[in-house]
Design a protein around this ligand. Structure first.
Ligand code: CP
Ligand code: NVA
Length: 322
């Protein structure tokens, strides 16, 4: 009988799947991988590795950043959607996981319920990355925090990249959705405070984020109060993918949750504005804010590429330093 026992597989299904120390490593790698990319320096640590990307919802940034990122690291990509695979014809998720993970080295999934990706991961031989579920969007917050560090981190020799977040306030204005849940986990893990303002009926649920305490976040009825003194103001669409049937009700409920110049004025004078995109100008954010001087949304979008390359490197090769 064979005594072969595969090494335990690390997945990235929620922001809390990595430790603060691992994030310090990941952000350092993202900076180095970005530097190599900008210098056209060839870096192919994932040669001969294949990433399967499964999309059950639409995407621009996630698709391009994972696909381009994997090729840039020397690997290759298989792209699957519900419509063009047996996933759309009710093949059990567990069977799909068993098969896909025998043929590829890494899987990224964008789907509906978190339970689906958890189920896939528990039957997968290879690491699984959450490319967005109804509950979480960890790759996006990875990019957002890296972007904050780039813009507001100190260049001193002491301490680590996460020090610039300590004691800071991030204001979340809008839906208590997958992004908000992920920010909750990030604040809990990395030591900043999250101010949340959501319309009534669209609040976050601490239990979904798996938080044991409410020490890292504060709830505000008035979105202006949530933004007061914030170092970063961030929002997202009023209607996330999968919730389109609620669109009309949401348009009414969210009318006062548009991040505009008045909200930015009560934040810190050097506050940044972020949005995961796609954005709807005139709904969750005014054109003046998203296209204004405090907005870093294009850096934020680009950084999806660099942080996910660091994430794929980490999940497949562990801690490398080249
Ligand atoms: N922010 C984000 O995940 O964008 P896509 O939906 O375009 O992938
Ligand atoms: N909350 C949004 C994010 C899109 C990137 C959604 O789930 O549709």
């Amino acid at each position: 009988m064979s005594s072969f026992a595969p090494a335990p597989v690390r997945h990235y299904l929620q922001f809390s799947d990595l430790s603060a120390d691992e994030y310090v490593h990941l952000f350092a790698r993202a900076a180095e991988i970005k530097r190599k990319f900008k210098a056209y320096e060839k870096y192919h640590p994932l040669a001969d590795r294949t990433l399967a990307m499964i999309f059950e919802k639409a995407s621009t940034r996630t698709r391009v950043s994972f696909e381009a990122g994997m090729y840039q690291l020397g690997g290759s990509v298989v792209h699957l959607t519900t419509g063009d695979s047996q996933l759309g014809r009710a093949e059990p998720i567990e069977d799909s996981a068993r098969v896909i993970s025998r043929m590829t080295d890494l899987v990224m999934i964008r789907t509906y319920g978190q339970d689906k990706i958890e189920s896939f991961a528990s039957h997968s031989r290879v690491p699984v990355i959450n490319g967005l579920t109804n509950e979480f969007h960890p790759c996006q917050i990875l990019a957002d925090i890296f972007t904050y560090i780039e813009h507001r981190g100190s260049r001193g020799a002491e301490g680590n990249a996460l020090d610039c977040l300590k004691g800071k306030v991030v204001a979340w204005v809008g839906d208590g959705n997958n992004m908000a849940n992920t920010w909750l986990q990030a604040a809990d893990l990395l030591g900043f405070t999250l101010h949340l303002s959501t319309p009534s009926g669209y609040e976050v649920d601490q239990a979904v984020a798996g938080l044991r305490s409410s020490a890292s976040y504060k709830i505000f009825k008035d979105p202006h109060e949530a933004c007061r003194g914030a170092n970063l103001v961030t929002t997202d669409v009023w209607t996330s993918m999968g919730f389109e049937a609620e669109n009309e009700a949401r348009m009414k409920a969210f009318a006062d949750w548009c991040v505009d110049e008045d909200m930015m004025k009560v934040a810190q004078p050097d506050a940044l504005f972020m949005h995961c995109l796609p954005a709807h100008r005139g709904e969750e954010v005014s054109a003046e804010v998203i296209d204004g001087p405090q907005s870093v949304v294009w850096d934020e979008a680009e950084n999806r590429l660099h942080v996910q390359k660091a994430l794929m490197e980490f999940l497949l090769l562990g801690r490398v330093n080249t």
